[in-house]
Design a protein. Structure first.
Length: 154
């Protein structure tokens, strides 16, 4: 994933969060979560017969997937996996458009399952730096056998 593309895509689609504190891995995780939330909102819109809410939520999900996840793929570095994800994201956008036209909850559920599987795999991959920091944080603090220094006493 290209960090700059992911950051630009993330800010462009308007997902709320603190971008300065998030690393590229976290940005992609946020995009997955945002897309899943938008699809859930679309599903609720269909079930409530709230067509404007459904359409807005599906449009948002398509933008997150297309302008966020798909646009952040680096096909030169990612090889076949990036190409496969690109095709899958394209398929998801088509299914979402079909769901919008036909009020098709099953199409939304299909995209939710696909995104959920990819998100689960993504969440299982932690950047090496984060894993090292976590390992260091879990180590017990060393104890000193020397008496503590007390400042201010003469």
């Amino acid at each position: 994933m290209n960090a700059n593309l992911a950051t630009n895509a993330y800010t462009k689609i308007g997902v709320e969060s603190s971008l300065h504190a998030a690393d590229p891995h976290m940005l992609i995780a946020m995009l997955y979560q945002g897309a899943l939330l938008a699809i859930a909102n679309a599903r609720n819109g269909i079930l409530r017969n709230d067509i404007p809410a459904k359409s807005k939520a599906i449009s948002h999900a398509i933008r997150i997937i297309g302008e966020g996840l798909q646009a952040s793929l680096d096909k030169n570095v990612g090889g076949q996996l990036a190409q496969d994800l690109d095709a899958l994201y394209g398929y998801m956008c088509i299914r979402l458009a079909q769901a919008n036209l036909k009020n098709d909850v099953e199409a939304l559920d299909e995209v939710t399952r696909l995104l959920g599987e990819i998100k689960g795999a993504w969440d299982g991959i932690r950047p090496a730096k984060e894993a090292k920091l976590s390992a260091v944080a879990q180590q017990p603090m060393p104890t000193s056998k020397q008496p503590a220094l007390v400042y201010g006493r003469g």
